[in-house]
Design a protein around this ligand. Structure first.
Ligand code: GLA
Length: 387
């Protein structure tokens, strides 16, 4: 869909023109998985696909929401903006962001008409929900002249996810969507929120995203239980050495006190986190030196740790990664995002891309019975007003 088609659709849906158009991207994470809510670092990039939001104030005293993927227009009156809708309505993602502005004391005097369309594949672990949250936060910030910076908008998106979607996520996805920069990855310290943009234009190598089209979605129960297991590990370790986050420990420090964790599941989860934090540091250092081979090796180790210790991969993601590892010219490959289905991310030499798509595609389909999809990632800019 082009912006002009979206504007026409807005006109048809609401009977008047949109006054502004916004966009916010999805993301792919290169390394640093399940580290964000443990105070560790992550290394995501914003994608060129994402979510568009067209808006215009109305005089009806309601927010009217229309998604091009859903048949109906739904209305929420101004006095109901801070309560989630029942039945996991998709509207909770934008509504949760609008609610944060109300909670922060901004007076919303008139209603708005909102039309939403996204081209991030849903449930693929590429943060379609964060794109929707951040585009809404960006729009409200602009419409209300609230003056928040991009980091604050990411926090608003994260709070929406916690309070209106029930997922106790970290900050990575919303941060990448808000702060992304074309041809750069974001090396973000999720404890301090300090970050560095690292150029990711790689000579003769592309970032390839493989969608498993696995029916499993990131379900909030499995995600929240991982967050809780990490808290258990922190609590038990803190009896011998007070810590706030698992990411504070080096691997050696962790090994020396890990027997304090009596819960075997929490022990495995913590082992992944501490190792992944180190891998992320090492991977970014290697990339900066131009040592892409080390970066790729660490990506593969990350996948194995997510499979064996964090247990968030599953048959489809494992199959996709294993098939990628077999291809000459694959520098590294791993699951990306929350897991339990979704996508892998691979660094593939230009000359191997055709073979990659053909062989990984055929072998994956033969082994799982599911037809996968492949995208060459274009690394784009973060949230913005388009018109
Ligand atoms: C999901 C969450 C993120 C992060 C990843 C795993 O995408 O939204 O905050 O925890 O999973 O790295």
């Amino acid at each position: 869909m082009t912006v002009n088609e979206l504007k026409q659709s807005f006109q048809e849906s609401f009977g008047h023109a949109a006054s502004a158009v916004y966009f916010s991207p999805g993301r792919v994470n290169l390394i640093g998985e399940h580290t964000d809510y443990n105070g560790g670092s992550v290394f995501p990039c914003a994608l060129s696909f994402g979510t568009y939001l067209l808006v215009s104030p109305n005089d009806k005293g309601v927010f009217r929401f229309k998604s091009l993927n859903q048949p109906a227009i739904e209305s929420v009156s101004l006095d109901r903006l801070t309560s989630p809708l029942p039945n996991n309505s998709w509207i909770n993602y934008p509504l949760g962001c609008i609610a944060q502005f109300v909670k922060r004391g901004f007076e919303i005097r008139n209603g708005y008409d909102l039309l939403i369309w996204g081209n991030v594949p849903n449930g693929a672990g590429l943060s379609s929900s964060a794109a929707l949250e951040v585009v809404t936060a960006y729009m409200m910030n602009d419409q209300l002249n609230a003056g928040y910076d991009r980091t604050e908008l990411a926090k608003i998106g994260q709070l929406s996810e916690h309070e209106f979607a029930g997922v106790n996520c970290g900050i990575m996805d919303q941060f990448a969507s808000a702060q992304g920069k074309k041809d750069h990855a974001i090396y973000l310290n999720c404890d301090t929120l300090e970050f560095e943009l690292v150029p990711i234009k790689l000579d003769g190598v592309k970032v390839v995203i493989s969608n498993t089209h696995s029916p499993h979605k990131l379900d909030s129960g499995a995600y929240n239980s991982r967050v809780a297991q990490c808290h258990t590990a922190v609590e038990q370790l803190s009896r011998v050495r007070p810590i706030k986050h698992l990411a504070e420990l080096t691997e050696a420090e962790f090994e020396s006190i890990s027997s304090a964790i009596t819960d075997p599941i929490a022990l495995k989860r913590a082992k992944h986190v501490v190792g992944e934090v180190q891998r992320t540091t090492d991977a970014v250092a290697a990339l900066k030196k131009g040592d892409i081979a080390t970066f790729g090796r660490l990506m593969c180790e990350s996948h194995k740790s997510l499979r064996d210790y964090y247990e968030v991969t599953g048959e489809q993601l494992d199959t996709m990664a294993e098939e990628a590892w077999k291809i000459d010219g694959v520098i590294g490959s791993r699951m990306t995002g929350g897991g339990f289905g979704g996508c892998t991310v691979s660094l593939v030499k230009d000359e191997a891309i055709d073979t990659f798509v053909k062989q990984v595609g055929a072998n994956y389909e033969r082994r799982t019975g599911i037809k996968p999809e492949f995208y060459i990632a274009e690394i784009g800019d973060g949230a913005r007003r388009v018109e």
